[in-house]
Design a protein around this ligand. Structure first.
Ligand SMILES: [Fe+2]
Length: 247
């Protein structure tokens, strides 16, 4: 992909503006992780093993559900904000979203049909799904890059951080708990330690203790021992759950 000088400038601006409120960075890390991990899982799935086929089907359907919800969130909250103060910026990305929703429908239907196919067709259908998903992932990687450069440049030029946080909070308030837990599972392990601590530190202030603990329980298996130690130290928690109670 060739970038224009203007787009390279936007990329540089995005790279040096990391102190600004970033509506895209966290959720896009989650989506990149979930997309690529799902793609690799479909590639590994054994077509002669019904459990593998069912798991691959379920993984793709789950990914499509989250991607569809993500498009709706951006369409409902982020694009109106951008168009309100920098009209015309969203045109290309909005067209991408229409295409993505069609692609999502096709991939979801293919994944749903997979487990019910006759055995001789499983291998071919599984590989076709793998190839089609790879194009969806490739398209989304480029799409998210445009959003994190061009769209962030527009948002940062037109909104204060407090206004961007208000947009973020309004969007997050519409996310159901099951979707939020799924996002946490994919987002938090893929953030760097300081981002992870910031998100969980904020969540600890606002969420009931059992919910906060449930998020920690979902995330811990996906963190390295070093990252888990940094997190527990930053939060002032024992590195081994239950240690305080046992003392
Ligand atoms: Fe998008």
């Amino acid at each position: 992909m060739q970038f224009t000088q203007q787009e390279m400038n936007q990329l540089a601006a995005a790279s040096t503006s990391s102190s600004r409120e970033n509506l895209y960075a966290g959720i896009h890390k989650a989506l990149r992780a979930m997309m690529t991990d799902t793609l690799l899982a479909v590639g590994r799935a054994d077509p002669s093993d019904p459990q593998d086929v069912a798991d691959a089907s379920g993984r793709v359907i789950g990914l499509m559900d989250l991607c569809e919800a993500h498009v709706q969130h951006e369409n409902s909250f982020v694009h109106p904000a951008i168009e309100a103060r920098t009209p015309g910026v969203c045109g290309e990305v909005a067209q991408d979203h229409v295409a993505h929703l069609h692609h999502i429908q096709r991939l979801r239907a293919a994944a749903q049909q997979l487990p019910g196919l006759d055995d001789p067709l499983q291998a071919g259908a599984l590989h076709a799904l793998y190839l089609e998903l790879s194009l969806f992932v490739a398209d989304n990687l480029q799409h998210m890059h445009v959003e994190e450069t061009r769209h962030n440049a527009a948002l940062w030029s037109a909104y204060t951080d407090a206004e961007l946080r208000a947009i973020h909070d309004a969007l997050v308030a519409t996310i159901p708990p099951s979707e939020m837990m799924q996002v946490m599972r994919w987002m938090l392990p893929q953030m760097h330690a300081l981002e992870r601590l910031q998100v969980l530190g904020g969540m600890r202030q606002g969420a009931p203790a059992p919910v906060f603990q449930a998020v920690l329980d979902v995330v811990q298996p996906h963190l390295s021992p070093r990252d888990w130690a940094k997190l527990t130290q930053g939060l002032g928690l024992p590195a081994v759950p239950g240690l305080v109670a046992a003392v």
